[in-house]
Ligand binder design. Sequence first.
Ligand code: 21W
Length: 248
Amino acid sequence: MRIDIISLFPEMFAGPLGHSILKRAQEAERLHINVVNPRDFTFDKHHTVDDTPFGGGAGMVMKPEPFFRAVDHITKDSTITNRRIVLMCPGGYRLDQAKVKELANYEQLILLCGHYEGIDERVRLHLVDETISVGDYVLTGGELPAMIVADSVARMLPGVLGSSDSAPQDSFYNGLLEYPQYTRPREFNGMEVPEIIVSGDHAKINRWRHKQSLKNTLERRPDLLENKELSVEDAKLLAEIIAEQTGG
Ligand code: 21W
């Protein structure tokens, strides 16, 4: 997959996208990340990327032309047809794992980052396919959100995670939170690991883990259970959890 990022601050991306799993993915050529600066697509002496808002008001608005030209530059002479152009935008679709999986199916993602007070509306209306937010809080720009999209999408690509079956084990894969994990030592400052986890009975361990997933989800993120179809086994485990909670 190719991920092209359009940002006024290309240097911001080197750290987060240049380490660990994403570094390896790029070295293995499963992922190509390219950051371009809209300032390089301005023709005036001062390389102007923003201007005062029509209609008045405080702050500056990012001009449309540098974004259109940057996207043109990225897409021209390319054989890729299966691409998605995404604007990082506080009012966009709130990113979730289903969206991440959907984005991972494209050959190329082009992520546009705004800054300052916002971007000329014609970019949203006529240049991009969709807008994405990373949550209901205000950041200073679209750079951190673009990194979140790049990171979450990259780890879904085949061969990017070390062990090929790591991704399906994650939180949200089956719509539940994860079960608790433990490693050595078995006892630390009087804190012990649950007996079952060292029992060696893998059928029991798997059932315990799944029950813990359900319990964690019920206690911390009950909203995740509301739209979930429960298997007979899940319903039984949930009934056990609720009975234990109410002391029954
Ligand atoms: C913050 C841009 C505020 C625009 C009148 C009309 C991208 C983001 C961002 C930013 C405004 C995301 C205005 C979660 C985020 C992002 C910077 C408001 C000014 N005045 N996800 N419009 N949170 N943030 N616009 O902040 O670019 S995805």
